[in-house]
Ligand binder design. Sequence first.
Ligand SMILES: [Zn+2]
Length: 260
Amino acid sequence: MIPEDGSLRSWEKAWGAFVKAWRAAAVTRPPKVTEGTPLRAYRRPRGVKTDQILVHESTTSSRESTVRVLRRRNKPKGLGVHFMIDDEGGITRHVPISKATVHAIGHNSRSIAIEVIHNYYGSRAKPGDRVIDAVWADRGKDGKKHYIVPPLPQMESLWRLVCWLCQDPRDDLPLTFPQAQTIKSGPCFKWGRSKNHKLPGVLSHSASGHSDGAFPVHFCLLRRLGLSSQDAYDGTIKAAKAATRKNRWTQLPDHDSGVS
Ligand SMILES: [Zn+2]
């Protein structure tokens, strides 16, 4: 029954707020995670909280080649990551989250590492890949700063994994995004090194001066702000293209959640 006195408006408002909150709420169903090849792990130092999730992009094309590259680097013990996500969204665990691994200087003891298996150099694009101009991306062999957009199912899988990790009561992982900040022009995201990279939350490797992980983290941030999967994907592509050489900040939807 539709009320005649205008209270429909407030009802609509309340429903809208509920839907938004529901979308922004963490995913309750845990994602499917399978056991992968074990990688380098060490005991977390006593007294150090696990309070960061650090997202990488591998520049490799498969789980096997990623394992090979990680083991070959930083010899003799190699590097590691806790999770890998392939381009279809399949998740594998390579290090237990109770242990630390070596993946990013300054972040190892306190973080969980997620490797998005993504060969993002524009020069390596295959037919059907979506390539965008991106000032924040690494220069490819063709000398251009082009970035291949990762597939949506992979991004959605990352989001589910991030939500699941942040729900784990054993850790102290906040579902916040230190690369998002309110500056003069409002809430924005930094496509590049961020002075906030030591804060707890979900970060890309690019926050500490590398160039990987920014796109996936921006996608998760938009999901956190309540956008649907497709809107978060389209919004991230738009923002990734909007960053310029002089201005690495791009606008976020006006919403206070997750932005410090
Ligand atoms: Zn990285």
